[in-house]
Design a protein around this ligand. Structure first.
Ligand code: PGA
Length: 254
C-alpha cells in the first residue's frame, strides 16, 4: 500500500517564534492520532528546520522538510543552502520545482533535474512539483506540459532513485487563489501521471508512488479530493498556517 502524506508548505511566512508555536500547536493536536500508512510533513523556512526536527522527535509520523535546495554540493554561492546542510539538521524532505520557484526564480526543468540529483545524493526525499498554468489548461496543453515536466525533471532517474520521490500535482491556477481543481480534474491528471510512470518504469513503481494534490486545499474540499483513487494526500499552503485546518486535513485519512 502506498504512503499517504499531508505536507504543509509554510512558504515565506512565520518568524522563528511564530513557526515554533504553530508547530507545537500542530503536534499537540495531532498527538498519536496519525494512524496507519500515513505521514504529516511540515516544510518550513530554513531557519526553523533544526528546531522543528527536535520538536518532532516524539512523533514518529511527523517529518520535516525544506522548500528548496541548491543544485551544487557546496561552494561560492552566497546566500544559498545545500542539500547536505538540510540533511545535517535532520530534515527528511525538500520541495523542489514549486511553481513559485519556477515563476519567480526562473527554475527550469533542466535545473530541477540537477537539484533532484543532488537532493537524492544527500539522502533527502524530493517532493517534486508539477502543474500547468491557466493559459496552458485553457489551450488544452496540460497533459503535454505535465509530460515534459516529468520527462525533463525526473524521468532520468533509475527506478531505485525514482522510488524515493513524492510527486505533487499543483495546477498553478489553483495555488493561493481559492480555486481548487475539481476532484474529477485532479483525479484525471493523477491517473495520467501514474500511467506515465508505469510506461517509463513499471506498474509496481507507478502503484507505489505517492502523488499529492496541491492548490487551495482546505478541510472542506480535502475529503472529496483524497477519496479519489490516485490522490494520495495534499501539499497545503495557506491552510497549513492554521493549526486547526492543517490537522483537520491530516486527519482526513484517519
Ligand atoms: P495553497 O498553496 O494551498 O495556498 O493554494 C499550495 C502550494 O503552493 O503548495
Amino acid at each position: 500500500m502506498r504512503k499517504k502524506i499531508v505536507a504543509g508548505n509554510w512558504k515565506m511566512n512565520l518568524d522563528y517564534n511564530e513557526g515554533l508555536s504553530l508547530f507545537s500547536e500542530i503536534t499537540n493536536m495531532v498527538k498519536d492520532e496519525i494512524t496507519g500508512h500515513q505521514e504529516a510533513v511540515v516544510c518550513s523556512p530554513f531557519i526553523h528546520l533544526h528546531s522543528l526536527v527536535q520538536l518532532a522527535k516524539g512523533y514518529n509520523k511527523v517529518s520535516i522538510g525544506a522548500q528548496n535546495a541548491h543544485q551544487a554540493e557546496s561552494g561560492a554561492y552566497t546566500g544559498e543552502i545545500s542539500a547536505k546542510m538540510i540533511k545535517s539538521v535532520g530534515a527528511e524532505y525538500v520541495i523542489l520545482g514549486h511553481s513559485e520557484r519556477r515563476q519567480y526564480f526562473g527554475e527550469t526543468n533542466q535545473l530541477l533535474a540537477q537539484k533532484v540529483d543532488t537532493a537524492l545524493k544527500n539522502g533527502l526525499k524530493p517532493i517534486f512539483c508539477i502543474g500547468e498554468t491557466l493559459d496552458e489548461r485553457d489551450g488544452a496543453r496540460h497533459f503535454e506540459v505535465i509530460q515534459t515536466q516529468l520527462q525533463e525533471g525526473i524521468f532520468h532517474l533509475d527506478a531505485e532513485s525514482f522510488a524515493q520521490l513524492v510527486i505533487a500535482y499543483e495546477p498553478v491556477w489553483a495555488i493561493g487563489t481559492g480555486k481548487t481543481a475539481s476532484a474529477e480534474q485532479a483525479q484525471e491528471i493523477h491517473a495520467h501521471i501514474r500511467s506515465e510512470i508505469a510506461a517509463k518504469y513499471d506498474q509496481a513503481t507507478a502503484d507505489s508512488m505517492t502523488i499529492l494534490y496541491g492548490g487551495s486545499c482546505t478541510p472542506k474540499n480535502a475529503p472529496e479530493l483524497f477519496a479519489q483513487p490516485d490522490i494520495d494526500g495534499g501539499l497545503i499552503g495557506g491552510a497549513s498556517l492554521k493549526s486547526r485546518d492543517f490537522v483537520d486535513i491530516v486527519k482526513v485519512f484517519n
